[in-house]
Every structure is written in C-alpha cells, then in structure tokens.
Design a binder for this molecule. Sequence first.
Ligand SMILES: [Zn+2]
Length: 462
Amino acid sequence: MRHYICLIILLSFLKTSFASGPWTEYNNENGYQAGNDAFLTASVVEDQLILTVPEEVLNKPILFIRYDQSGKRRFMQVIWSLHGDRMLLKVPSIRSTAGIILPIKPNLTIEENILSVFPIEQKEMDLDKYQIDITALVLHQSIEWEPGFTENLVPAITLLEGAKNLEDEVIIKTRRGLVMGESKVSLPTFYGFSALPDPMRARRFDYRMGFYDEETTGIHFWLRNSPANISRWRLQKKFKDQKVSVPVKPITFLMSPDIPKKWRPYIKAGIMEWLPAFESAGFKDALLVKEMDSLDEWQAHSIHSNIIYWSPNKYLRGSEYEDYGGTVAKIIDFRTGEIFRGDIFMGASERTVMEKYFVRAAPLDKRARRFPFPDELVGSLFQVIAAHEAGHIFGLKDGNYGEFTYPWEKMNDSLWLRTMGHTPSIMNYSRSSNIPQPEDCISPSLLVQKVGPTDRYNIRWA
Ligand SMILES: [Zn+2]
C-alpha cells in the first residue's frame, strides 16, 4: 500500500513539475503541499535527537534555520549527502539565478563545505530512509552561521526540549547555554529544517531602486549594478487574465498576543497602508493581518509564519527608553531573493513615540501639548513604525531616498500633502513634518509620515 502511494506521488510529481524537489510540489491553489513522509522527520529518543532522512531528500538543497531569542534568524542552505556508511551535512556555494555564485566564505572558491559528519545509526531497508543522531549538531556544535561567527558554549545548561514535524519542515526546540558578556545564560533556541520550493522567477537588482539584494547585507549600497536579485515575495495572481487579481497566497502577518489590544488596529493599519502599492502591481488584497489570542510555539517558529512582535525591551529596566522605531528579521532564498518569512519587532515605547512627536509637532498639534497623548495620536505614531518596518519586510531598505526633494512651498499645501505626503517615502527618516507654521492650519493627520508615491512605485517595479 505504501509503495503504491509513493508511486502515485512520484508520478504526479513527474507530471506537474520537472524542477520541483520531490518532497514539495507547488500547487497553484493552496501553496506548498505536504510531501507526507517524504521530508525529514525528527524524534526525541532517550534525550537524543534522531533525524530520519529519506532517500528523496539526499543531495537536494534545503534550508537550515536558527531562531535566536534575540529575534535574529540565522539560516543557510544545506545538503544531506551519503558518504560510505556516514551521512554528511554539507553547505554548498549557491548559484544565484542572477548568474553569479554566492561563495561559502568571501573569496573562497570551493563548491561545498562540510558542516558535520554523522554515522548512520540505522537504515530502514524497505523505505530507503536513514536514521542519524543529530543531538550534537543542535546542542554542542558551534555552527558558523556567518563567516567568523563564534559562540562560547556552556554544555551544563544546554538542553534538548522537543521536536515537531510539520508539513515540509522539522522544528527543534532547545535551550542553549552560552556565555554572554560576563554571564552564563540558557537561551531558548529553535532550529528548523525546511524544504525549498522551486526557485521563483526573480527580479534583477538595480541600484537605482529601493530594494535590498538577496543577501540584504551585501551590495545594495553600491552605486553600480552587480549581478544579483532583489529580495521580494513570491506573489502570483490567482486569476492570471485579470489586470488586478487576488494573489494565490497573500502575505500574511500574525500579530503576537503580546501586542496591547488598543494598539492592534493601528499596527494593522500601518501594514495595510501598502495595499494600494500592491494593487498598482496587479494584486488585490495582497496583505492579511491576523490578531492572535495565543501563538503556538511551533507555529511561531515555522518558516510559513510572519509575526509582528511587541518588543519586551521597552518594559525592561535599563532599556525602557529604547530608541524610536523597530526592527525586522527575514529568511530569504539566496538563489532568487524570495522572502520566505519576515518578522517585525515593534521596538519603541509609548513614551518614546510621544516624546519624539512632542519635539517636532507640539506647536502644530494641540493633542501633543499634554502628556500622555490621547490613544488615537499614540496609535497613529505606532502606525508609522509598523508601515516603515513592513516596507523592510517587502524588501525595501532604509534608503533615505526622496528626503528634501519636495518643493518647499508644498509643505503647507494641504492638497499636495493629502496625495503626496510631506515626504515621498515611508522608508526614509524624515519623521513627522515640523515645517508648517501654526498659522498654516495644516491638519495634524498630514504631519505624520505615510507610505508614499516612491514606495508605490518601488513595489510596482518589483
Ligand atoms: Zn528602517
């Protein structure tokens, strides 16, 4: 029975997609389908983490991810490969669809590196599956996630806490003992192995536009073009013949339950400010934001979840006056620039957004002359941050493009401000406008930064 099912799956795979990895089949209606048991599976047996590697996964790139407590996402493409009676976890250099090789380490021309070597514990003969013990990999190995990355491990406070097999990914939960500064800490750390889809059709990098390249830390500030892809989402029209169609799969954000209820509508509104930009690119209802009463920890660490977090630092003694703004973390396919997952961390506290706005806008907005400000005003300031960080999630960088480019006389022209904003992009650091004078009677709603014409143009271009 089992072989029969496997045969059907194999045949349907051959029929639908030649280039697809055998364990995920891209389905236009529903996104990625489960490859049943054809992907990796993990189980904890007597405190050891046993990974089952099916034959179909061998020699295919998959994604290996680490979710740090700090919010950082470290990730690399890896390959499981047989070597005699051992299993290798290899790191390949990546051939970008932009026609360039991304090296494993700068200036190193090797095709692949070896991250770890495992004896094969057991082979299930009938099923072509190999079992290996990867406990040491996730608990005790200092993995070089980026060139030069090192950690000072503390094995005594390192623990394996569980594993979960989802549709096309494996998630592993640990506590990682580390020396940080002068302290020893045991930090919740999750790992994921995730199937990679077919490479998407990419958009070539152009330094004149506002996008990061696929590595996001690399070449995007050079004033020349290099072979690279921009980072963006795989949006596909559900109805290809329509000029504007709903996407097959909208970009969906989950709001962490930690976000105070009264601020949630504003944060959602910040994301939704981008809807017209996606509409101009041919996508109706491209974005979804869901409020969550609770967030399952496995779902929170799935590559398919994009989460808006409410950074707890603002309540911590010593960092309660955190700087204005927020930050983001992304997981990207280096082959094409496809963004798989994007998280937003709302950093600023209520007090910070109020103080920053007070300095700029109190003469122009009487709501800002008394602390605390009304919720409606504080909420609109959180909305600005959410909109800016969402721009990063969509692949845009802090470019400070368009700052100071509008004509001076338009800064107190209400009609202009309503359509163009006081600055052309939410991605620059203009902040609230302090240029109009009280006698100009500019509505305070026109003082705050919004997704602007440059942002819409960027999304349409991408
Ligand atoms: Zn930014």
